[in-house]
Design a protein around this ligand. Structure first.
Ligand code: H79
Length: 474
């Protein structure tokens, strides 16, 4: 493996290009050679990543045979990781198998899912095609015992979702676990009592993983992004990861790939303690901190944090785990947006195929908020402030600052620490009908707010300025 352009250089280069974009627009652009099989210029990369960068909000969907157990096996609860239940209780493959053989998600309505999710302001949907238990949600030709065709339902679960996404203008994306507790060629897993013969990783790659991905990338139209997972096993090395990325890039060159192929090019210094190094390994196109938010964002590095609605660490539906309150979820989306990242928020549908009421309720609350405030999320850039003199966060667009206020100031005043002249300020909820008074001082512009916050959770004040924000205090 030759890595001519380490990430640190790539990041520095991205910053340099951003600063000098207009001056050098016509100059020959350097080609990023950090992925030797795939070459593109910085501008091509920017174009390929643009939908992802603008989206800010994606929806993770974890669904599989584990959804039938919903965090409970023979009266015992998992308490975390409901989708890990087979491993947690070491359920032999032969005992786990009937779960799928009796799975009938008869209430599944992909169109209804997508409409509901889209209304919440979500721009991309990423569903588990195959989680660690190895069960395939589509009728793969590469096994005959462990895919949707063995269920009473029988039909492809991915196809209707891919179609509905396309029709509704939502990017269809897929999660795919490399680790596979069912396949005889994946190393390890003592509970795989159906295994025959000796595991062979090369055979797993060439005869199973790669052809399966080919099925997915040739049978479901354009796929926006792939969220790889389960490559931490020592059997899977950096070269395997590099090959996997190259395979995917060839299948669909427009694809966005998360960082979990297992490829380990030279790594950047983040400058803060990361909770989970695997989440932060920089490969593919972006890093995917699981349940973590980089403290102040990561200029020059694309990132997306995935978060569960049912802590702790439940991605598959758990019938016992409480749901996080909506205000926490919304403020998380705002926080992530203000730091230049994406939020991939998870739902775990139930075994019948329904988005459970608690999740549906949160999506509806997102929808109501987004109806008014989506423009302060989609397509926004990161805040230049690391601290704000009020409780809230800030996002921006050219000529506009969006101040997301979490706690309405008692004195009815909001200090925006910029020296720019403010041409107009208004509540987004009011769509500019009533301009707010603004006074200038050496500390910045002070906006006089209406007496009552328009939204109990996050109210957005729009401040229009000329030019780049000139920040007075960080
Ligand atoms: O699909 C979701 C997780 O199942 C998957 N990534 C997200 C998106 C993931 N797999 N492994 N990990 C995350 C890290 C490993 C966590 C573990 Fe555990 C700690 C495995 C066993 C102990 C968490 C707690 C999962 C099961 C119990």
């Amino acid at each position: 493996m030759k890595a001519k352009s380490p990430w640190s250089l790539r990041v520095a280069l991205a910053g340099w290009l951003a600063l000098s974009a207009s001056a050098f627009a016509t100059a020959a652009e350097p080609v990023d050679e950090s992925r030797s099989d795939f070459r593109e210029t910085a501008a091509e990369r920017d174009r390929r990543m643009s939908w992802f960068r603008e989206a800010r909000f994606g929806m993770f969907i974890h669904w599989g045979p584990y959804s039938r157990l919903a965090g409970e096996w023979e009266g015992k609860r998992t308490r975390f990781g409901a989708e890990w239940i087979q491993e947690r209780f070491q359920i032999p493959a032969s005992v786990y198998m009937p779960l799928a053989q009796k799975w009938n998600p008869s209430k599944y309505d992909a169109r209804a899912w997508v409409r509901r999710i889209k209304a919440a302001g979500v721009r991309y949907i990423c569903i588990t095609t195959k989680h660690h238990d190895g069960f395939c949600l589509w009728p793969t030709k590469l096994n005959d015992d462990w895919n949707i065709a063995i269920t009473p339902y029988g039909g492809d679960l991915l196809k209707p979702l891919a179609d509905a996404c396309r029709e509704e203008g939502v990017k269809f994306c897929i999660y795919h676990s490399v680790m596979d507790w069912h396949h005889p060629d994946w190393p390890g897993q003592s509970f795989n009592d159906l295994r025959t013969g000796k595991p062979d990783k090369e055979r797993f790659k060439k005869d199973y993983l790669f052809p399966q991905l080919k099925e997915l990338f040739t049978g479901y139209g354009e796929i926006g992004m792939i969220w790889l997972d389960g490559t931490w096993d020592k059997a899977w090395n950096s070269e395997d990861g590099r090959e996997l990325e190259a395979h995917l890039r060839k299948l669909q060159p427009s694809l966005v790939i998360n960082n979990r192929s297992g490829y380990k090019p030279p790594q950047p210094e983040y400058g803060f303690a990361v909770g989970n190094a695997y989440s932060y390994t920089l490969a593919g196109d972006y890093i995917s901190p699981e349940g973590e938010i980089p403290p102040t964002g990561l200029p020059g590095i694309d990132w997306e944090t995935c978060q569960t609605m049912q802590p702790p660490k439940n991605w598959g539906y758990d019938r016992h785990a409480k749901f996080r309150p909506f205000p926490e979820l919304l403020r998380e989306l705002v926080d992530v947006s203000s730091k230049g990242g994406n939020l991939l928020l998870n739902i775990g549908p139930n075994a019948d195929g329904e988005i459970v009421p608690s999740a549906a309720d949160r999506l509806e609350q997102f929808a109501a908020w987004m109806k008014v405030n989506a423009t302060a999320i989609h397509g926004t850039g990161a805040s230049p402030f690391s601290k704000l003199p009020f409780k809230g966060r800030r996002t921006r667009k050219p000529g506009k600052l969006f101040l997301h206020v979490f706690e309405w100031p008692r004195d009815g005043r909001l200090l925006v620490p910029v020296s720019n002249k403010v041409s107009r300020a208004y509540m987004l909820a009011d769509a500019g009908a009533t301009p707010l008074a603004v006074s200038a001082s050496p500390a910045g512009a002070t906006v006089s707010l209406p007496a009552v916050a328009p939204d109990p959770v996050v109210s957005v004040v729009v401040v229009e300025i000329a030019g780049e924000p000139a920040v007075l205090s960080r």
